[in-house]
Design a protein around this ligand. Sequence first.
Ligand SMILES: [Ca+2]
Ligand SMILES: [Ca+2]
Ligand SMILES: [Ca+2]
Ligand SMILES: [Ca+2]
Length: 621
Amino acid sequence: MTPRLRTVRLAAVTLAAVLAALPAAWGQKPARPARPPIRFQDVTRAAGINFHLTCGGAEKRYIMESLCGGVAFLDYDSDGGLDIFMVNGSTMADPHRGAQPNFKLYRNTGDGRFADVTAQAGFTRGCWAFGVAVGDYDNDGFDDLYLTCLDGGILYHNNGNGSFTNVTAKAGVDNGGRWGASAAFGDYDNDGFLDLYVANYVELDLEHLPAFGSSAFCQYRGIPVSCGPRGLKGSRDRLYHNNADGTFSDVTEKLEIDPESNYGLGVIWGDFDRDGKLDLYVADDSTPSLLYHNQGGGKLLEIGVAAGAAYSADGREQAGMGVDFADYDNDGLPDLAKTNFSDDSNNLYHNDGQGSFTDLGGPTGFGPISIPFLGFGVKFADFDNDGWQDAFVANGHVNPQVDAHSFGVTYAERPLLFRNLGNGKFEEIGQNAGAALQRKKVGRGLAAGDFDNDGNVDLLVSNLDDSPELLRNLGAPGRHWLRIKTVGTRSNRDGFGARVEVTAGPLTQTGEVRANSSYLAASDPRLHFGLGAATRADRIVIHWPSGATDTLLNEKANQELVVEEGKGVVRRSGPGRVGAGDSPARTGGSPVPTQDPALQCGRDYENPYEPSNGYSVICTH
Ligand SMILES: [Ca+2]
Ligand SMILES: [Ca+2]
Ligand SMILES: [Ca+2]
Ligand SMILES: [Ca+2]
């Protein structure tokens, strides 16, 4: 085994400086530290987004009318600026609508605006769609799109020239007429090609739908509502293995995926035990959620109950909707958030290591405030760039009938915004984060991404039967950040599954590259790290799914680094360079070696920014 770099430090960093930079929670009984506000501004219309999400009728007499709303931030033209894809639904009058694509693709024009390029993209088929997954399944450098529909799915290959081709039949991912909810790309067998998981919800016979309020499964607190999911047959999820030739094989039965056909809604790939093999979590409605541990050799073992991630903290089945992974306490292990129905608490499953999780929703403050809310999309991101992952939850009930009663819940609900206090606790600050977050909406899909590349992570929320909200993060003055885009070579081109560790001063943060998470959504796959007051990252380590590692040293803050597997940094761009194209400005440089092989254990290296301070490279075996 080759020596692994464990730590790199600036030799002249004094203990006093380290202590001064420690989070306040580590100090003795600190006064409440002044924290900059987190504020979002609704820029939807100003940005040129003019979209209406249609999802059945206003009364929501049938279950599928309540669950639409996929959204994606994706860079479909690979120009460095995030574009937007809005999934759309349909109505009971035409549940199989398919002649005209009803979704929209918006291109980021680089000036804070988006242009509707749906027509130019040449989409040929629509559907009553729910989720969208984004990933470059054929490694050609352009991210492809998978849509889940009421009756199957659609894979659109990105041709790289602004157009897309429907390759569903050839690829073999039509999902057999099933109703798919969230879907996610991830390379579970590390062969360099992204596989596809589709969480399927219930089996529906559109000709014989159960009538509104017609049975015990169509009641909410004694009032008639739409039926399901209980009382309906669950639809088995699908796992499609990428054959590396543009086709996929359905390995659901072979790998014993979702044998009980639980009501699947949310899905996320994530290597929770950091063994380099992607694991999988599926948020199920009214049935146990599923955690698959990747055994290697193309095998996934479901361990949700034993791992403590299947049920609520008190052992009940929940109505899981959205999911996200992030290391909220910076202990190096990814933790898991899941949203649930009203009258229930959202989960924050702390990753304890050794394959077990503990729901710390209560002690962290993440769960209790969510009880009156019905949560869908959930995303972690460091909104205030202090180095600690904050969180946003989109809310909205499924039964509009609740508004005629005094149940303490409403159909439209405000979202929740959680600030991570850095001491194992979250503070909900949504009502002090701008007017947009005080509005009540029927929120569903949620994506996070820095669409204007200004170093502040923005949000995109879909709302049922309403306009979406593009929420621009106004930023925390004086805070620094770093953004990392991965380009795999031996690994899948997107670098999905790569684990990135960023050390700045005393704090090491860990992130994992993915696009699909939350509810029905795809987010910015670039990893964003808030650096607080630090003006550089001392050390960045990228652990690729192939097993390769790239190490970068002393990178300046407030830039995006494009890191290619085995090559290190191949491109840099400063803030605001949306659509910078292929001629990036080189805003900095790192004359020290940027990869493991060039660094020697125990040696001192010159620090190009502070020549009087050197680097010491310490290695362990
Ligand atoms: Ca592609
Ligand atoms: Ca794993
Ligand atoms: Ca934060
Ligand atoms: Ca931004």
